[in-house]
Design a protein around this ligand. Structure first.
Ligand SMILES: [Zn+2]
Length: 306
């Protein structure tokens, strides 16, 4: 069945890129509502923004969605990953600023709060997008592909010249709460060498050594070090889950990301929906529904983090 969060939960913090403070509340929603954001600080005109692939404004550093009135909310990917990873299909996310609070840079605070409130079943069957044929996006920077598979599974590869990240590969099946146990606490990361350029471009204003893993060569500059030896590739998979959630329904298929980022994953969804023969909408049977991310997860499964 479709689900929503059992009761509202509020987060407060600053945006990673804007540095702007925001208060954000995830509220329950009815079946077939999907995930929507509402800018509560916008009094005139349309403040509702659907969390959908076709309203994404491409940015290399985060995922931003913009409605027809030009009202935007950015850095939605971690809370979107948390909702997808907890199996929440319907929610209204009210926010009084332009950017989702970065909190600790991972999705764990969102996941912990959602699972603490609980996930409630609604009176409608869950539908999904079943991948029938491969679609891919190739760019000089990297590539991504979706192909048929049971449930949602992922392969991710990253390669950085900084030895603290280097080459990392991970493959996982996102059924059985794997996102909550293995991915949700991995934080955003960046290279120290890139901070100055990001700041000059007006980005990373809310970034700290606590809410992002900062690396320089073979050193981790963030105090406390890493939460996982391969935290960087885990975070990229977290981002990919959040970006794929903008399909609007869970995906039944296998995703491969090779040095892919937000723009490539969004382009992949555009490619998918441009090829009606590559997918079909299905009402999940019991076997398919049992393989969706978030089925059977408990708040105790969220890793303890400092
Ligand atoms: Zn991220």
């Amino acid at each position: 069945m479709q689900t929503t969060i059992r009761s509202a939960v509020t987060f407060e913090g600053v945006g990673l890129h804007s540095g702007a403070p925001a208060r954000m509340t995830i509220r329950p929603a009815s079946a077939e509502h999907g995930i929507w954001f509402k800018r509560t600080d916008i009094r005139l005109g349309d403040a509702m923004i659907p969390a959908r692939w076709n309203v994404v404004e491409v940015s290399p550093l985060c995922t931003q969605i913009v409605n027809r009135a030009g009202v935007a909310v950015s850095t939605i990917e971690h809370v979107m990953a948390a909702l997808a990873g907890c199996g929440v299909h319907n929610a209204l996310i009210e926010i009084d600023g332009p950017e989702v609070p970065i909190l600790d840079g991972s999705a764990a605070p969102f996941v912990r709060a959602i699972l603490s409130r609980g996930v409630r079943q609604l009176d409608a069957p869950v539908r999904a997008i079943e991948i029938l044929a491969p679609v891919a996006i190739q760019t000089p920077k990297g590539w991504a592909r979706l192909e048929p598979g049971q449930g949602l599974s992922m392969d991710f590869h990253i390669s950085f010249s900084d030895a603290a990240i280097g080459e990392q590969n991970r493959r996982m099946n996102l059924a059985n709460g794997a996102f909550v146990r293995e991915l949700c606490d991995s934080r955003t990361f960046c290279r120290a060498a890139d901070i100055e350029a990001m700041r000059a471009a007006g980005k990373a204003r809310g970034g700290t050594y606590e809410n992002a893993v900062v690396v320089e060569g073979d050193r981790i500059l963030s105090p406390g070090g890493l939460r996982h030896a391969d935290e960087a590739v885990r975070h990229k998979m977290l981002d990919a889950l959040g970006d794929l959630a903008l399909a609007g329904l869970p995906i039944l298929g296998h995703y491969t990301g090779h040095k892919a980022g937000h723009a490539i994953t969004n382009a992949l969804l555009h490619e998918l929906f441009a090829h009606p023969e590559a997918y079909r909408l299905v009402t999940c049977d019991a076997v398919q529904a049992a393989r969706l991310p978030g089925v059977g997860v408990e708040v105790e499964a969220v890793p303890e983090v400092a």
